[in-house]
Design a binder for this molecule. Sequence first.
Ligand code: SF4
Ligand code: SF4
Length: 429
Amino acid sequence: VITQQALPSELMVSLRAESAWVVTAAQSVRRGETLARGMCFEHAAAAGTVISVHGDTLILQTGTDEVEVRLPPLEGSDGAAVLRRIQEAGIVGLGGGGYPTHLKLLAAARKRVHTLLVNAVECEPGITCDAALLEEDAACVHAGIDAVCALLGIADTHIAASDKTAFEHRSASTTVIRQPNPTDGAERYLLERLSGERLPADALPVDVGWVVLNVGTLHAIGRALQGFPLTTRVVTVFGENRWVRIGTPLTSFTAASQVCIGGELSGVDVSTAGATDKRTNSIQPARRFTNLPCIRCGACDLRCPEQIPVANLVSLSAIHPSAKHPSPKHPSATNSQVPLRTTASRCIACGLCNPVCPSGIDVAGVVRSLRDAERAQARRTSTTFRVEQRFQRHTTRQALEALAQAERRANRLARLDAESGTTPGAGDD
Ligand code: SF4
Ligand code: SF4
């Protein structure tokens, strides 16, 4: 059963990249009205008055009018209209990624994907928001599935759900995959199980013909087609599933100064000065890390499903886990701007390395920080990286050619030696 979280007196809405506010302070808004436009739309999750707009944060004092403003009727029924609707409804990946869904679907359309995988397997035992949504409103999820399949020309749909999730499904058009172990719910593992092939570390599901969407995202698409923008989502709050308005202050849930956003394994501890956003799937008590020094026991290495040398990364970062984790520098690098490329980019943030650490280090947090720093660095320096790769390939090719030439010369000398019993001069060849 999904209950309603009480409406807070204020909502705190964050602006995302390449978007701009379209309201100003003191302006009255109705529920569902657009607050920001651009790459990512934001809407008022309640009627009220905008108190302030400072940089990326808007504070809305909520009122009592609960009549929801709907999006204008769809301009046609073609794919472009549906994509525009998904963008204007402010839909992003609700599984935790937060990537704009219209961009993901655009990439899927360009890659001509053949299968839709609906992920309703929470990766951690304590989170049940996806299962609850599927059980409570499967019809709206199916409306989202139908829209995505029509948009991308997909005939094949798989729904991956826990074996405990009971929901209505249309067996003619969808296949239900039961995933008994929630820690195997990461999309890479689901894909591996379904396609029989391991997704390369640097590839996305669309690269191999699959588009993976979270069940909450599809539900939001189903709602958007009815005219409702994304203003609320299901969140597992201390073990209970609730509909929570986007931008609800975290102090509405607890008097503590910190909470864990996400699961106990893979979540992130944050201050309760912030608010929920579209990616918030779970709120749990903040975790406790003793943060003793690493004893190099290797338990984290053994637990990592991606075979990442985790202990090495923890040592390499040489930082206290509660500190900020900068991009690591290669010990021999003289130029402090040269980052070390580690294996952290393979981290899927499953958090399995945390509970096994006898030193109580937030190992997953360390690796995740390295990964995020590396990804940001890679984005900034992608041209540099490509040039560097090309240079490496060029020097490797030269070295191989030199080796082959030396081998040919040695063979020729040996052959001449055997034929005449003499050694040719240095000018030969
Ligand atoms: S969080 Fe990352 S480093 Fe830790 S076990 Fe999972 S994949 Fe490995
Ligand atoms: S499990 Fe903890 S103590 Fe052991 S190697 Fe990993 S980080 Fe170090």
